[in-house]
Ligand binder design. Structure first.
Ligand SMILES: *[C@@H]1O[C@H](CO)[C@@H](O)[C@H](O)[C@H]1NC(C)=O
Length: 207
């Protein structure tokens, strides 16, 4: 299953300098090559985009509960703009999460990686209106939105859950990370979550 989440925005990570505390944000605007497409320049612009990249990074580090020494040490993040899209901020938060999150040494399922990126924009108040409803889905990893809400639920049960999961994913990935942190398997948690969200009315009627 694939989904295009770039939608005209592509990220390129350059690590060109020795680690420093201040990350440099660069925006390369390639929309000039597209005839009649100056909307990025006129409606968003590179200056605003750099502020947004900086703000998104701070938000992501905070949500991942990472201090300076614990973050991934990218010195420079370059965003290459290939087009214009309405939900620019939403996409940017998702893509910036990919810059800073852990990938379990390549073992983390793609769905989870994207689920965490969508969780980040959910937390930032940037969930698209057309997303699946909270609590919907047949499997916890059914879609990025379903997973984002599920992760939000897990985080509600254990504050810092997503931060800890991300940190565990530094070198490895296993579904068992869920049981290590929450005491139940991810599927058990999914069942509890579905029961909680689907049945409250029926349960209260049973008295
Ligand atoms: C954030 O990390 C610190 C240690 O680095 C830890 O003591 C604290 O409990 C964490 N906060 C959350 C919400 O997980």
């Amino acid at each position: 299953m694939s989904r295009t989440h770039f939608l005209g925005v592509a990220l390129l990570f350059l690590v060109a300098f020795p680690p420093a505390h201040a990350v440099k944000y660069r925006v390369v605007d390639r929309t000039g090559y597209i005839t009649g497409c100056n909307r990025f320049k006129t409606e968003i612009g590179s200056f605003y985009t750099r502020q947004l990249m900086r703000a998104a990074s701070s938000f992501i580090w905070l949500t991942f509960n990472e201090s300076i020494g614990e973050r991934k040490d990218h010195d420079q993040v370059t965003l290459v703009i290939h087009g214009f899209q309405w939900s620019f901020r939403k996409i940017l938060f998702h893509e910036m999460t990919h810059v800073w999150q852990q990938y379990g040494n390549g073992k983390a399922p793609r769905g989870l990686v994207n689920g965490i990126a969508d969780y980040m924009r959910l937390r930032a108040g940037l969930a698209p209106k057309k997303w699946a409803q909270r609590g919907s889905g047949l499997r916890w990893d059914e879609s990025y939105a379903v997973m984002a809400y599920f992760l939000d639920h897990c985080n509600g049960l254990k504050n810092g859950f997503v931060a800890e999961l991300n940190s565990l994913m530094e070198d490895d990935y296993s579904d068992e990370f869920f049981s290590v942190m929450l005491g139940k398997t991810v599927d058990e948690f999914w069942m509890d979550y579905k029961t909680e969200l689907d049945l409250p009315v029926e349960l209260s009627k049973v008295e």
